[in-house]
Design a protein. Structure first.
Length: 196
């Protein structure tokens, strides 16, 4: 079940529906308490309806004020029983010049389909690029290209590769710091090298 993604300060009119698929038996519960938790831990209570193992709620106007990964926390109540279900993550993205889910998927055909995975790759790549690149008031096209390339590199580096180096059935993972191409995009070298 996917929620969003949304943009900062969106106020979606369509209610969110969460089908409860859990190892927990959810029969016997008749009410719910739902909260949205922002990336910094700010809690937004929402009014929700629970029926037929489905929770339905509307995101309150003015609540999506932080970019990042949010979580829907659901508690079910019935008599004296209470159960807290695993939270459901969703992404709120910014229009700040860096790649977001929409722009990354437009430029990267094999981008991860899962919103949170792609968001985390892009956010990590952005932080790494900002740490290496000269500070700029706006985000130039070469910084965006470097961010996307670094996100791809990080995804590829995170793939576990079979390796015969450590015995049968073992795996190895290769770390992937900023490579020369990403660095060149962030700090292009100009001029010709001196030959002595």
């Amino acid at each position: 079940m996917t929620i969003g993604p949304y943009y900062l300060n969106d106020s979606p009119a369509t209610p969110v529906e969460v089908d409860l698929i859990s190892d927990e038996d959810v029969t016997g519960y008749n009410t719910t308490v739902v909260t949205l938790v922002s990336p910094t831990g700010h809690v937004v209570p929402v009014t929700a309806v629970y029926a037929d193992e489905t929770v339905l709620f509307t995101i309150p106007t003015g609540s999506l004020t932080e970019a990042g990964v949010w979580h829907v926390r659901i508690k079910l109540l019935g008599g004296s029983s209470l159960v807290t279900l695993p939270s459901v993550p969703f992404v709120v993205q910014a229009l700040d010049g860096w790649h977001n889910l929409d722009s990354a998927r437009s430029d990267w055909e094999q981008a991860p389909a899962e919103d949170v995975t792609l968001h985390n790759l892009l956010e990590t790549a952005r932080i790494e690029c900002e740490a290496f690149a000269p500070a700029r008031a706006t985000v130039p096209a070469n910084y965006r290209a470097a961010q996307l390339l670094q996100a791809r590199n990080s995804l590829n580096a995170g793939q576990v590769q079979p390796s015969g180096d450590f015995g049968e059935g073992s795996f190895q993972m290769t770390p992937f710091p900023l490579d020369w191409k990403v660095k060149q995009l962030l700090r292009p070298q100009t001029g010709r090298p001196l030959v002595g």
